[in-house]
Design a protein around this ligand. Structure first.
Ligand code: PLP
Length: 613
């Protein structure tokens, strides 16, 4: 926990996971207690816990890191970051970020018309930048330029050359001087999963010949003075600081060159990419980062200053668009384990007298396995398992014999794994055994709704039981969700050295809830989630912690079944009417059964889409 938690979470002395939104010295609260209180209030699981204080702390940390770096290197301009709302457009997130960022003139970035519409209504510092990225139609440009005319500090970032002519035309129509940003296609690529977002083959950005063309075109129109920002983005989650330094070097050189061409660029924007150390390994591994926020800020400031000073150009206002690093920490997804699926073979089996010879052989193998012969025994058992399957397909072995052979195979596999793990270098072929023999914990949630990146891009999040952390876990498990999709599973977990196929968990005690917290889920997951199997958005609690304890400031109900069904084009009253017709015409149901069924149907339409008992 201390490796990835960035000081926001810790294990308490009683073995419960605690949140410390103001850091280790500040107040704390047990996540287990919060969840139990929510349950006592009748709130169903799964639930998302959001901590606005963590969000604020991240905005402040980012801005303070740049302030310190600017002071340290005597940089002559400020930092004015932007929060790209696409990372999480939830009202609570955007409003909290805007509020926390106001003293720093922190701004917001829109990537679409809808995002701009919600951003224009936010309470920002007058100098905060509102950047409009993404592909634009005329109305997007119009909305942005009207925002500028209304007095907002709007920058229209051009993603492709064809947008330039339209911006000039619409600005003339509206009678406003635009502030233009140019997205530059850096040669430098990021590192990690989003490497392809940067480099020459990237989807967005101007090539160097296009930049020259844009400068000439604007100069001709007498609008060279409107180029305010140079923008670039080398991809999200850049794990290696060397790539970032290289990118800053390239973009700062381009800034200097643009200034030499007469474009009065004042904002230098490095985009997103500031990585989150999801696995706590502090390496360039794709779920990590080999640098800190401090190092990131210092490198941006230092490299830019060095290059500008070398060319006698003024220091630009530094801009970044960090989304992941700002939002990831603030939310925790809480899942309840509702069932355990265990591979067979944990119980002792008695050998029946009339067992098939292959089954008898399996009993013999199970009895004879030892540290000396376990690999041979395992190979023999594996071959027998195949033989039993073939015999079964041909109708030559009974279901009872097949069941015994299968249970014995798992028994032998378990012993093999135990013996192999006692060795320093277990054979590679045995690595899969751990996964095969793991329990499957059925958790009441949809992976596609709540952790879409786990499915889509194999993203890993820290997952931790909320209780019993002072007790050694005795089981290994993978997690499965309640969708009817075998992809709805988690079988890759963080580790400080490698990826684990299983998660160590406790033996679940009957009648005692066992909650798992999935951490660092505040970036992208909320907005990418989908309604696979019609599981809807989950409920969320906004929790504030102070020295008196914690307060659930707000609870937002999850989507009701009706809402999710309506998204598919149905009307709930039409559905209810059709079902009622069916019920009324039924000859089999008694009037009381008809009433009970209609009541159940009506209740389910307004119910939570997840399992409720
Ligand atoms: N800016 C732009 C243009 C992006 O495309 C992205 C995301 O890929 C971001 C900012 C946010 O990146 P991150 O979440 O890595 O900070």
């Amino acid at each position: 926990v201390p490796h990835w938690a960035a000081g926001f979470f810790r294990v308490g002395e009683d073995g419960e996971l605690e949140v410390t939104p103001e850091g280790a010295e500040g107040p704390s609260a047990s996540l287990f207690e919060i969840v139990q209180d929510l349950r006592d209030e009748g709130r169903p699981l799964p639930v998302m816990l959001r901590f606005p204080q963590i969000l604020e702390a991240r905005v402040v940390a980012l801005n303070e890191a740049f302030r310190r770096a600017i002071k340290k290197y005597h940089y002559n301009a400020s930092y004015q970051g932007l929060f790209p709302v696409k990372v999480n457009q939830r009202r609570m997130v955007v409003e909290t970020v805007a509020r926390a960022g106001k003293p720093f003139a922190y701004g917001l970035e829109a990537g679409s018309k809808a995002e701009l519409a919600l951003i224009l209504a936010q309470d920002l510092h007058p100098e905060s930048i509102i950047a409009c990225n993404g592909f634009k139609d005329d109305d997007f440009i119009r909305l942005a330029l009207m925002g500028k005319k209304l007095g907002r500090n709007v920058v229209v970032t051009l993603e492709k050359f064809a947008e330039l002519g339209r911006v000039i035309r619409i600005a003339k129509e509206i009678g406003v001087e635009p502030q233009i940003g140019i997205r530059y296609k850096l040669k430098t690529k990021g590192s990690g999963a989003w490497e392809e977002s940067g480099g020459e083959a990237a989807k967005f950005g101007f090539t160097t010949p296009e930049i020259i063309k844009a400068v000439d075109m604007l100069a001709e129109a007498g609008l060279l003075g409107t180029i305010a920002m140079l923008h670039s983005h080398i991809g999200s989650q850049v794990t290696d600081i060397r790539r970032i330094k290289q990118a800053v070097r390239e973009i700062a050189q381009t800034y200097v060159q643009l200034r030499k061409l007469g474009a009065p660029v004042r904002y230098l924007n490095l985009g997103g990419g500031l990585a989150v150390d999801y696995d706590g390994s502090k390496t360039a591994f794709y779920a990590s980062a080999n640098y800190t926020l401090e190092e990131y800020a210092e490198d941006l400031v230092y490299v830019t200053k060095e290059i500008c000073d070398g060319h006698g150009e003024p220091h630009p206002i530094l801009v970044t668009e960090s989304g992941r690093a700002v939002t990831a920490y603030h939310s925790v997804l809480v899942l309840e384990v509702i069932d355990t699926i265990r591979p067979p073979g944990e119980e002792r089996l008695e050998q029946p007298k009339d067992a098939h010879p292959v089954v008898k052989d399996m009993f013999e193998l199970a009895r004879s396995i030892s540290a000396k012969n376990y690999r041979e025994v395992y190979h023999d058992a594996f071959a027998n398992k195949d033989t039993v399957q073939n015999l079964y397909d041909l109708g030559l072995i009974s279901l009872r014999d097949r069941a015994a052979a299968e249970a014995l195979f798992y028994q032998i596999a378990r012993k093999t794994l135990k013996l192999a793990l006692e060795l320093d270098y277990p054979a590679d072929e045995l690595e899969d055994l751990q996964k095969m023999l793991a329990d499957k914990l059925v958790c009441n949630f949809s992976l596609f709704q709540s952790l879409p990146d786990t499915w889509a891009i194999k993203q890993m999040f820290p997952i931790v039981p909320l209780t019993r952390l002072n007790e050694r876990p005795t089981r290994e498990a993978t997690l499965v969700d309640i969708t009817c999709d075998s992809d709805g599973k988690i079988d890759r977990f963080i580790d400080t050295h490698d990826v684990r196929n299983t998660l160590p968990v406790h033996e679940i005690r009957p009648g005692e809830p066992y909650y798992l917290g999935v951490f660092l889920t505040g970036a992208y997951q909320d907005v990418l989630g989908m309604n696979h199997n019609l599981f809807g958005r989950i409920g969320e609690a906004h929790v504030v912690v102070d020295e008196h304890g914690y307060e659930i400031e707000r609870f937002i109900l999850g989507e009701k079944a009706r809402r999710v069904i309506e998204k598919m084009g149905y009307e709930d009253d039409e559905l209810a009417e059709a079902v009622e017709k069916l019920v009324r015409s039924s000859k089999k149901l008694t009037p009381a059964e008809k009433g009970a069924f209609m009541e159940l149907y009506a209740r389910e339409l307004v119910g939570y889409t997840y399992l409720e008992d």
